[in-house]
Ligand binder design. Structure first.
Ligand code: MGD
Ligand code: MGD
Ligand code: SF4
Ligand code: MO
Length: 792
């Protein structure tokens, strides 16, 4: 049993500490001297305080150097700047407002400190503390029972993003435990960018179409399309974009909201209705092509499907993208006036930005992931790539290819895989809502609607593992539907949760285990998208109370089931981290990476500085020897594979198709506003929802345009009810011109908190979101919702 290094008194003293909230956006350290870092690292101050260079493992979009001040086993202060000053050749993330507040999360008064077992009805919130021995007994016996009664595929490991900023992922450990004891159902598709992830390979042959942001040094124009790095961070995006801004690069932001990124960077904000991006993209293409501003030479040489002269075999005439733009088949040319009626961007603005984008070389159109977490997500992801192609910006220094918004090599190396001769069953379902179907009607799942690994499921899901995950009851779609299913205790028989706080998912679990935080165990943190370094996420404090690392208790469960060595591979968690660092050091032997012990002092391992990566440069410079990895070897603006699917929602060219739940539909008569969520600086997804400091940095409020507010008699600060057929939530209205009329937006991650009538009290958008999946990827559609708003 692990013991806390903190006395109850010092814990209370820490949680009682008061401080002002820092209203900073994320960013990076200025240039400076790396040697100072080493000198200052792990230095003991006069009062015995150690300063440790480390990082968190949150799935937050960044990975920043944290300087934790540690005294008597407790974190007394979080710093990020001095004396560490990474130099310009090796920039490293500097803590954002959330990072500055880690200590208040680490010592949150509500932290779970003991295992607990449900005693009331599921979801009622009644638990009693149990010992770890009792918890292990329960987990082992439930696993043995479910394996015997149903089989391994009755065990579902829920997506768990809480610690995916680290290399050892908690949910993966649960999957590993299940596999060494017979197998499990997992999930596929990234919850963050699954629609982009599937769509882009059809156009470019690979999913990661991003370049290094350092390659944009001389870019003159950047269009940030539904991309909000001032809040979402995305590696070192703010560092590079701010430098570019200072050097005179123009920024246009296309977003239904005047986002913080628009505030900070935009020379021009283009508001549009959600889900209509492709109409704007089509009309921009129409202007570019009809005015002869497109790069015909590039299209002739590298692209299939732009015009009728470059089409694959076996396709009817007039299916090219150009024929679509000209309205050859449907009689509707995709003019700016046509698009204005759909996306609400004035035709003259469309003409102006289309001309500007096509005539400014190089220019980079970079998409965020918000626009693709929609029912039309696959098409929107490809639309950005389409504009990059017709302007010849692909494979060029300073240009940009597709929807992926940066590039990072994949490192460091992970834990060793399970032995190849280990036999276990596996299947997977679409992450967003396949698991809901696998509980509710497992026979409905087929290959056609997303089941992988097996032809059919023989039994429903009976056990759910929620490890570092609040997806089940906060961040997943259509929570009221999920709630009704889970309330029937005969359906799912055992729900396991390991978290640091009593989240809604924990409340709806049968056993809740107190997890240690990233500061109480070893790991390695990697960056998102750009930033060529990794950071040792050090254990700097003993777990609070009886909190434990999942690695340890799962190893104990595996031991009880006779498979401990298979689970651990003979290593402790810390030994795995050492192994990963050493293997990475070996693999990149010419990069002069620090060894584990040096890393404990320096914190950060920088890779050797290399030329910035420009996606597809080889394919463009020397196409003969470097074909694109598509069927045709070229960029596919028209995909024969998609054409053969004959599904109007999956067109062969990335053009506008209205969504089923959008403006102009019959449903919009009843629910006339589109609701989107966005990721706020105050949270990391659902994490920090109850963080007392971060709550002060962004209210949970519904942005609504004055026109829509006035029509409903709503004033700024009024309590409103947001409603559709799936559910309702109460929230405070923020009447603001920062949002386009016809659209309302709320921050994501508010904990699900329904009252007796089922009306959510916290502003949890997922009572209103749909479990429908995208047509092609089976990805999530959580930004595509129609709602009505009324004053309470
Ligand atoms: N409507 C709507 N829904 C969305 C989205 C959206 O845009 N709109 N976005 C989607 C996306 S992209 C994502 S990634 C998901 C995120 O879904 P969430 O599950 O909400 O993700 P997180 O907040 O990252 O982490 C989940 C839990 O991990 C816990 N945790 C943190 N660190 C640790 C740890 O070290 N150990 C353990 N055991 N627990 C830990 C946190 O306390 C938290 O409760 O939400 C998705 N849901
Ligand atoms: N502060 C903070 N940072 C985070 C996270 C967090 O929770 N908080 N979460 C992290 C995670 S897990 C992820 S996956 C990433 C997610 O990163 P993103 O998916 O890029 O973030 P979002 O806020 O969902 O969306 C970005 C922008 O898209 C806009 N948008 C929504 N719908 C549309 C549309 O139809 N068209 C257009 N043009 N724009 C649209 C939103 O208004 C928003 O400003 O962020 C990461 N970073
Ligand atoms: S939350 Fe993410 S972006 Fe903020 S300090 Fe931590 S690692 Fe950096
Ligand atoms: Mo995400």
């Amino acid at each position: 049993m692990q013991k806390t290094g903190l006395s109850r008194r010092s814990f209370l003293a820490l949680t009682g500490a008061v401080g002002a909230s820092t209203l900073l956006f994320g960013g990076c350290a200025p240039k400076g001297d790396k040697e100072a870092a080493v000198e200052g690292a792990a230095k003991a101050a006069d009062d015995g305080t150690q300063i440790v260079n480390t990082c968190s493992t949150f799935d937050c979009g960044g990975k920043c150097l944290i300087k934790a001040h540690v005294k008597d086993g407790a974190i007394t202060k979080i710093d990020t700047r001095d004396p560490y000053q990474p130099n310009e050749d090796a920039p490293c993330g500097k803590a954002c407002v959330r990072g500055r507040s880690y200590r208040k999360w680490q010592y949150h008064p509500d932290r779970l400190q003991h295992p607990m077992k449900r005693v009331g009805k599921r979801g009622e919130g009644k638990f009693e503390p149990i010992s770890w021995d009792e918890a292990i007994d329960y987990i082992v016996s439930e696993n043995e029972r479910i394996l015997k009664e149903y089989g391994p595929l009755a065990r579902y490991v829920q997506i768990g993003t809480g610690d995916t900023g680290g290399n050892i992922v908690r949910a993966d450990l649960a999957a590993r435990f299940c596999d060494v004891t017979g197998g499990h159902i997992g999930c596929y598709n990234s919850v963050s960018m699954g629609n982009t992830g599937t769509a882009t390979p059809s156009m470019f042959g690979i999913a990661n179409t991003g370049s290094s942001l350092a390659s944009l040094k001389d870019t003159k124009l950047v269009i940030l399309w539904g991309h909000n790095p001032a809040e979402t961070i995305f590696g070192l995006s703010n560092y590079y974009f701010r430098q570019m801004k200072e050097n005179g690069c123009k920024f246009i932001v296309v977003d239904p909201r005047y986002s913080n990124t628009a505030v900070e960077l935009a020379d021009e904000w283009i508001p549009l209705l959600p889900t209509t991006d492709n109409a704007l993209m089509d009309a921009m293409a129409y202007v570019i092509v009809t005015e002869g501003l497109h790069d015909q030479e590039f299209l002739d040489k590298y692209v299939v499907g732009f015009d009728e002269e470059h089409m694959p075999e076996g396709v009817e005439p007039n299916q090219s993208y150009r024929a679509y733009l000209e309205g050859v088949a449907d009689g509707t040319p995709k003019t700016p006036e046509w698009a204005e009626g759909i996306c609400k961007v004035p035709a003259e603005t469309i003409r102006r930005i289309a001309r500007e984008y096509a005539t400014t070389k190089p220019a980079a159109l970079i998409e965020g992931w918000g626009p693709q977490r929609h029912a039309c997500g696959e098409r929107t992801a490809l639309g950005g790539g389409m504009l990059g192609c017709i302007t010849g910006n692909v494979g060029k220094v300073g240009g940009w290819a597709g929807a992926y918004n940066g590039f990072t090599r994949n490192f460091p190396l992970g834990m060793a895989d399970l032995p190849e001769d280990l036999e276990f069953e596996s299947a997977s379902v679409p992450m967003s809502s396949g698991w809901i179907d696998a509980i509710d009607d497992h026979t409905s799942l087929t290959k056609e609607n997303g089941l992988k690994g097996v032809d059919r499921l023989e039994y429903p899901v009976k056990m759910i593992w929620n490890i570092a995950s609040d997806f089940m009851m906060t961040s997943g779609p259509d929570l009221n539907r999920v709630r009704a299913i889970l309330e029937d205790e005969s359906k799912v028989e055992c729900i396991i949760c390991s978290d640091v706080l009593m989240t809604p998912t924990a409340q709806w679990s049968d056993i809740v285990l107190p997890a240690c935080t990233c500061f109480e165990r070893w790991n390695v943190g990697g960056t998102w998208n750009n930033g060529d370094y990794f950071i040792l996420s050090q254990k700097i404090s003993e777990p609070l109370g009886e909190a434990r690392s999942e690695y340890d208790w799962l190893a104990e469960c595996a031991d009880r089931m006779g498979v401990k060595d298979a689970f651990t591979g003979g290593k402790t968690e810390e030994e795995w981290v050492r192994y990963m660092v050493e293997e990475t050091q070996k693999e990149f032997s010419d990069h002069n990476l620090p060894d584990f012990d040096t890393l404990t002092k320096e914190g950060v391992a920088f890779f050797k500085k290399e030329e910035p990566r420009v996606a597809f440069k080889d394919q463009i410079d020397d196409p003969k020897n470097n074909p694109f990895k598509t069927d045709s070897g070229k960029i596919e603006l028209f995909s024969k594979k998609l054409y053969d699917m004959k599904n109007p929602e999956i067109p062969a060219t990335p053009h506008y198709v209205p969504v089923a739940e959008g403006p102009g539909t019959e449903l919009a008569v009843t629910y006339s506003l589109q609701l989107i969520g966005w990721k706020t600086k105050a949270r990391d997804n659902s994490s920090y929802f109850t963080h007392p400091w971060l709550q002060q940095t962004q209210d949970t409020e519904l942005w609504i345009n004055p026109l829509d507010a006035e029509a409903r008699g709503i004033a700024d600060g009024d309590k409103v009810l947001v409603k559709n057929d799936r559910g309702a939530m109460k929230i405070t209205a923020k009447v603001t011109t920062r949002i386009v009329p016809g659209c309302v937006a709320a921050p994501t991650g508010s904990w699900y908190n329904p009252d007796a009538e089922g009306v959510d009290q916290n502003g949890c958008v997922n009572v209103l979101t749909s479990s429908a999946r995208t047509a092609w990827t089976q990805g999530n559609t959580q930004h595509t919702n129609l709602v009505e708003v009324a004053k309470l």
